[in-house]
Each structure stands twice: as structure tokens, then as C-alpha cells.
Design a binder for this molecule. Structure first.
Ligand code: GDP
Ligand code: MG
Length: 175
């Protein structure tokens, strides 16, 4: 709950990244605490809300998950419009998805709002034995692009809450 006098921030957050990287799974883990080994590809309803209370503010996230449009390797401008935060996701077991993540970041820089809070997320950290992308590669790219970076697993919940708390903090600081 928000305290009296506590600032309330409503923030649209969008997810980008190749199909199969775990965008929907990250959101479901964060919003519902659930994970499915056979997550159905998202079709239709792809809008979620979640509230995080920090000491300095209460952040109400409106989370937009793609309804499969990412397969066309670009997203409609209305998807980004008005977004305050963006999470770009790749899968640590696929170098291809990391290459594509870089393209998604470029697209965001072209179409997103200039004050966008951006995070680069290396998901499926539980698949370390099949790792193709080193932690340092993600870290470096994020640093070069002024993005927050973390490795997550929607499967075992590694760093999921931390990711959204960090974004909330940055949004509070920027508002
Ligand atoms: P999206 O297309 O980016 O929305 O990806 P999905 O959330 O639909 O996930 C694609 C597949 O990856 C599904 O079979 C998920 O169960 C699986 N998946 C998602 N996150 C993880 C994770 O952190 N670890 C593992 N091992 N599998 C995951
Ligand atoms: Mg999806």
C-alpha cells in the first residue's frame, strides 16, 4: 500500500526480444509467481499490471508483453509509445538471441522515448551448461548502452523481483 504523501508513478513497461527467450515467462513469474515448462506462445491478451512499493514511491507497472508480433522482427510504434521502461530479453543458451537483442536495443533507441529506463536481461540462467553468451558480453553491451543488466531465470525465479525493483527505483529517481 502507498503511504500518505508517497509519490505514485504509473509506468508503461514493454518487453522486447526474440520469440522463445522467455518474455512471457518473466512476466508471469513476476506477476503471478508461476512458471510453465510449455508456455504457450502469447496470442491476444498480453497486458498485465503489478504494483511495487518502494520507500520513495509506489510504482504501478502497466506491462505490455508482445502477442507474438516479435516474430516479424519489429514491433508496431504504438507498442513503444508512452513507454517509460523497456526490458530487452535474450536467452543465454542462444547467441542468435543475443545478436537479435542488440537489434532490439537499436530499434528502441530509434523509436523509444529519450528518457526510457532500459534493462538488458539474460534469461534462462538455469541453463548454464548450455551457455553460449558469457555474462561479461551482456554486461559490456549493457554498459555501452546505458542499460541496467542482470541474468535471470523465470524457471527458478533467479533475479526476477530484483529486476523489477531496480527498474522501479530508476523510474522513481527519474520522476
Ligand atoms: P517468449 O516467446 O519470449 O514470450 O518466451 P516464453 O515465455 O513463451 O518461453 C519460451 C520457452 O522457454 C517456454 O518453453 C518456457 O517454459 C521456456 N523458458 C522461459 N524462461 C525460462 C527460463 O528461465 N529457463 C528455462 N530453462 N526455460 C525457460
Ligand atoms: Mg511471449
Amino acid at each position: 500500500m502507498s503511504r500518505p504523501g508517497n509519490k505514485i508513478i504509473q509506468a508503461k513497461l514493454v518487453l522486447l526480444g526474440d520469440m522463445g527467450t522467455g518474455k512471457t515467462s518473466l512476466v508471469l513469474r513476476f506477476v503471478k509467481g508461476q512458471f510453465f515448462d510449455h508456455q504457450e506462445p502469447t496470442i491476444g491478451a498480453a497486458f498485465f499490471t503489478q504494483i511495487l512499493s518502494l520507500t520513495e514511491a509506489t510504482v504501478k507497472f502497466d506491462i505490455w508483453d508482445t502477442a507474438g508480433q516479435e516474430r516479424y522482427h519489429s514491433l508496431a510504434p504504438m507498442y513503444y509509445r508512452g513507454a517509460a521502461a523497456a526490458v530487452v530479453v535474450y536467452d543465454i543458451s542462444s547467441m542468435d538471441t543475443f545478436s537479435r537483442a542488440k537489434k532490439w536495443v537499436e530499434e528502441l533507441q530509434r523509436l523509444g522515448n529519450p528518457n526510457l529506463v532500459m534493462a538488458l536481461v539474460a534469461n534462462k540462467s538455469d541453463l548454464d551448461s548450455r551457455r553460449e553468451v558469457k555474462n561479461e558480453e551482456g554486461e559490456q553491451f549493457a554498459q555501452d548502452n546505458a542499460m541496467f543488466f542482470t541474468e535471470t531465470s523465470a524457471k527458478n525465479a533467479n533475479n526476477i523481483n530484483e529486476l523489477f525493483y531496480e527498474i522501479a527505483k530508476r523510474l522513481a529517481r527519474a520522476s
